[in-house]
Design a protein around this ligand. Structure first.
Ligand SMILES: Cc1ncc(COP(=O)(O)O)c(C=O)c1O
Length: 413
């Protein structure tokens, strides 16, 4: 919650709508996750999921905090390089890696292979670059009880009687003397519960035991942990939201039991790849009320922002909000719907608002750090500016407001 004066000044200085990245709180939460895991298994690190929010300021902050860059495309790879990452600190995932795949391998980075065609491509690179050692790991496709078949990773089973795509990938890789298999990776979406995490860990350990004669350099569990949420949002998920401590007790404790007897050097690095887990709660979107209308008994409050700015979360859940009254005569609303500036019928950004609100008021929508600004289409309007709030409440611009030219300069007029 900001002071009214502050909100007025922010609008004056940076325009409306506006994103605010809360850097101080982000850092605190990030360190909390890191330290909670490290207390149990010191050889833990975070590989931050760029796609979730690749705002350079955030990525640079992660780098300052010692985290790796988890990238899933050539574009994200180039961003990590531009930010100054050495290849050894870039975790390269994703089903389509483009020309960055070979560059990353030749620079000594590890590629997490997603499919057999990618494996075959890397085998050819290995034959063409006999003097170089190419480091790879495999993203494995596992069933942890998520209730759907994931399309990512190499199909794999602990059961040795099944010849799987993972078996074939190991066979192809092992045929090349200069390919080194250094780790195992998984990521399973839409399954953030502790039971699924216990299953993840158990299955990953079975696969490590099956395929690795020596201790791998790392085991990467992806992410799929819940973030820390305001109570009003947390309760909409139903059931228990595990804390970082509870996740650490499952994941880091299992790593400690399995590898704790080894020297630090011999232990595999434990990675997770948080995205939503670390960024969702640390970005707000401030949007202004443009009009209030009644249609057939229903009140619609139209904003100068949209669901495109905030991402799917605003359609799926009631975001935590604060209303800042700017002084116009307020109207009492019952069960009003907040809608975006787009011409999409479904651009509802908040349902059932009951309270006082006026044209010109500013609403802060919180918890919009994931798949928001990075997911904003150039649909109808360019995106707005973003500012960063540091730990002592100072602000700086970290993304300029997009212009007409930003949208149209690739089109031929
Ligand atoms: C490979 C990979 N790693 C990490 C993440 C981030 O996970 P989360 O947002 O659950 O922290 C994703 C998200 O989809 C992913 O695909």
């Amino acid at each position: 919650m900001y002071k009214l004066n502050e909100v007025i000044n922010l609008e004056k200085e940076y325009g409306s709508p506006l994103y605010i990245f809360h850097a101080g709180e982000f850092k605190k939460n990030y360190m909390d996750l890191l330290e909670t895991f490290r207390k149990i298994y010191p050889k833990y690190n975070i590989a931050y999921s760029y796609k979730t929010n690749y705002t350079p300021k955030i990525c640079k902050l992660v780098k300052e905090l010692g985290g790796l860059a988890e990238v899933v495309s050539e574009m994200e790879y180039r961003l990590a390089k531009k930010i100054g990452y050495e290849n050894k600190n870039i975790m390269f995932n994703g089903p389509v890696k483009g020309t960055a795949l070979l560059e990353h391998l030749l620079e000594g980075g590890v590629v997490n292979i997603d499919n057999l065609d990618e494996m075959k491509k890397v085998a050819i690179y290995a034959q063409e670059n006999k003097t170089r050692e190419l480091k790879i790991a495999f993203r494995v496709n596992i069933d942890i009880g998520q209730g759907f078949i994931s399309r990512f990773g190499l199909d794999s089973y602990a059961d040795s009687s099944i010849y799987s795509e993972l078996d074939e990938a190991f066979r192809i890789a092992n045929n090349e003397n200069n390919i080194k298999i250094v780790g195992l990776h998984c990521h399973v979406g839409r399954s953030r519960g502790l039971t699924e995490w216990k299953n993840r860990v158990e299955i990953m350990f079975q696969l490590v035991d099956k395929y690795f004669k020596n201790i791998p350099e790392f085991i990467d569990f992806g992410s799929g942990m819940n973030s820390v949420m305001e109570p009003s949002l947390a309760m909409q998920f139903g059931g228990h939201i595990p804390t970082y401590q509870e996740y650490a007790e499952v994941i880091a404790t299992a790593m400690k039991s399995k590898y704790g007897h080894l020297s630090y050097e011999e232990q595999p690095v434990l990675y997770t790849e948080p995205g939503t887990t670390v960024i969702s709660g640390y970005m707000s979107f401030m949007a202004k009320v443009e009009s209030i209308k009644n249609v057939k008994g229903k009140t619609y409050i139209t904003f100068n922002g949209s669901g495109g700015n905030m991402g799917d979360i605003c359609h799926l859940k009631q975001l935590p909000i604060s209303v800042y009254h700017m002084g116009e005569k307020a109207i009492s609303c019952v069960n009003a719907t907040f809608v975006g500036y787009t011409c999409l019928e479904h651009d509802h950004i908040y349902e059932d608002f009951t309270g006082e609100i006026a044209v010109g008021d500013i609403v802060e929508f919180r918890n919009v750090g994931s798949y928001s600004n990075v997911f904003k289409p150039p649909f109808i309007l360019p995106n707005c500016a973003m500012i960063c709030e540091n730990s002592i409440g100072n602000f700086e611009i970290i993304k300029n407001r997009e212009t007409f030219d930003d949208i149209f300069h690739t089109y031929i007029f």
